[in-house]
Ligand binder design. Sequence first.
Ligand SMILES: [Zn+2]
Length: 70
Amino acid sequence: MTTVPDPMAPPALPALRVTGEERNCGATSGTLHTPDELTRWIAGHCAATGHQDYEQTVRAILRAEPGAWQ
Ligand SMILES: [Zn+2]
């Protein structure tokens, strides 16, 4: 068995959360669809809170392919 990107799924979607010294800030962006949205979210959060460290996580959707791997 192997896994392949699901061709029906949208492309990998990044989300952001705050890291570093402000680890307990708890803010997360939710799913962002474009690099512009990502940049805007950081700019807005930084302007509001001064927090500067972020971690990007990428959600990818995979589909199992039974029998493709012996
Ligand atoms: Zn923050």
